[in-house]
Design a protein around this ligand. Structure first.
Ligand code: SDX
Length: 393
């Protein structure tokens, strides 16, 4: 080999970059955004404030927050032609497929975003546009899926309330925001906002490293998040819990299946590449689960199954040995369902939360003038061979 290559498939022990945005300690179960512990931010902050913190590096003053909210509110509308895309999607197109294409096609309306060497002001404008339009696009995907007319943003609402208004509001009557739902949504989106170099964030960075525009870079992150081993796990968890419920709720049987090497079944929502103790987000979401369901007066049998599953797995040698604990996706779907979201929208909600993290990491990568990402490989294929004409094969 001309240069020494260390093989590290899945980048389990590779540091791809230097970043000042998010700190994880997998052994201690620590997660901090710009130095602030996730527990404090989830309890005391709002999603738009956390988005500002991730993107600009500091908690905003009141003036900065008001200005940020105002600048975002100038860009919450999307071009009317975006509605035409929906006419092209087959009726059962998965919301994540729609989101990836809609986000990528935002660049069609901002051709200047394709120019290389953009000024900081041009980059900032597209960051605001991306952050501002995501709730509108996400709510339109939902409205189109249920055959309801789309709603337009009302800028009197704050970022999260506007999203809930566009999702659950109707043109036929006023929409009363339920503070329980607004609070739960803020908490969930904060908990999903960033997570250092996970699969989708690394994708955003590597696509952006080719000097690709922000919209296409974020679209690539949406695609990576869709996978059931990553963000798609929140949908897979609910489908798994429903399966176990339908099968009579015998968690021991399904835990045994998850341990069986010959069985491809995995406990979705369990395990994590970094957290080898517990996922601090899962703890917060589990508490929020009980709180939200009680306040909304909802009894969800899959919550009981989830708790039983967690209990059995946490005392099982196989899971203990492999340090497999519930991750962020294990309980989040139960809250999303209680808030009224359909299962196939769960990963889109993960993307809505992760957006400020993706944007912050893309911005940091460009500001640090990082080189184009281009890993090497260890070649294990054929040595040189002579071409054999067709008639002789
Ligand atoms: C997210 O990276 C991030 O930060 C991601 C995320 C974020 O915020 O961006 O936190 C969000 O993606 C959370 C993870 C959601 N995915 C799932 O819940 C899917 C189920 N989990 C697994 O597929 C797995 O745990 C991963 C993908 C999360 C992590 O995979 P790793 O680190 O590559 O671990 P591995 O697959 O090598 O597993 C190690 C061992 C294996 O057994 P052995 O070969 O050693 O005998 O643990 C076993 C695996 O078979 N294992 C499981 C399991 N997860 C791992 N066995 C049963 N059920 C599981 N869920």
């Amino acid at each position: 080999l001309s240069t020494f290559i260390t093989l590290d498939s899945g980048y389990k022990n590779t540091g791809a970059t230097k970043s000042a945005i998010t700190f994880l300690d997998g052994e201690e179960g620590i997660l901090r955004y710009r130095g602030y512990p996730i527990e404090e931010l989830a309890a005391k902050s709002s999603f738009i404030e956390v988005a500002y913190l991730l993107i600009y590096g500091e908690l905003p003053t009141q003036t900065q927050l008001t200005d940020f909210q105002f600048r975002v509110s100038r860009h919450t509308l999307v071009h009317e032609d975006m509605l035409k895309f929906f006419d092209g999607y087959p009726s059962k197109t998965h919301p994540m497929g729609q989101l990836a294409s809609l986000v990528c096609c935002l660049s069609a309306f901002y051709p200047e975003s394709l120019h290389p060497n953009q000024t900081p002001e041009e980059v900032e404008l597209n960051i605001i546009r991306m952050f501002a339009k995501m709730p509108t696009i996400v709510s339109w995907i939902y409205k189109k899926a249920i055959g309801h007319p789309v709603m337009y943003p009302k800028n009197k609402f704050d970022y999260v309330s506007n999203y809930l208004y566009m999702t659950f509001g109707h043109r036929t009557e006023e929409y009363d925001l339920d503070p329980v739902i607004v609070d739960a949504m803020n908490k969930l989106l904060i908990l999903h906002a960033d997570h250092e170099q996970n699969c989708s964030t690394s994708t955003v960075r590597i696509v952006g490293s080719s000097d690709c525009n922000l919209f296409a870079s974020i679209s690539a992150g949406v695609a990576a998040l869709w996978g059931p081993l990553h963000g798609g796990a929140n949908q897979a968890v609910i489908e798994m819990l429903e399966l176990i419920k339908k099968d009579g709720g015998d968690v021991d049987k399904w835990v045994a299946k998850a341990k069986d090497k010959n069985d491809s079944f995995r406990l979705m929502g369990f395990g994590h590449r970094v957290y080898k103790n517990f996922d601090p987000r899962a703890k917060i979401i589990k508490e929020a689960c009980d709180n939200v369901l009680n306040k909304l007066g909802i009894q969800d049998p899959v919550l009981d199954i989830a708790k039983k599953l967690e209990e059995v797995a946490l005392h099982d040698e196989y899971f203990i040995e492999r340090k497999l604990y519930p991750n962020v996706d294990f309980y989040s779907g139960i809250i999303y369902r209680a808030l009224g979201f359909p299962t196939d929208m769960f990963t889109v909600l993960f993307a809505l939360g992760r957006l400020p993290g993706w944007v912050a990491q893309w911005k940091e990568m460009r500001e640090n003038k990082e080189p184009i990402g281009r890993p090497r490989q260890v070649y294990v294929g054929s040595t040189t061979r002579e071409y054999i004409p067709l008639e002789k094969r």
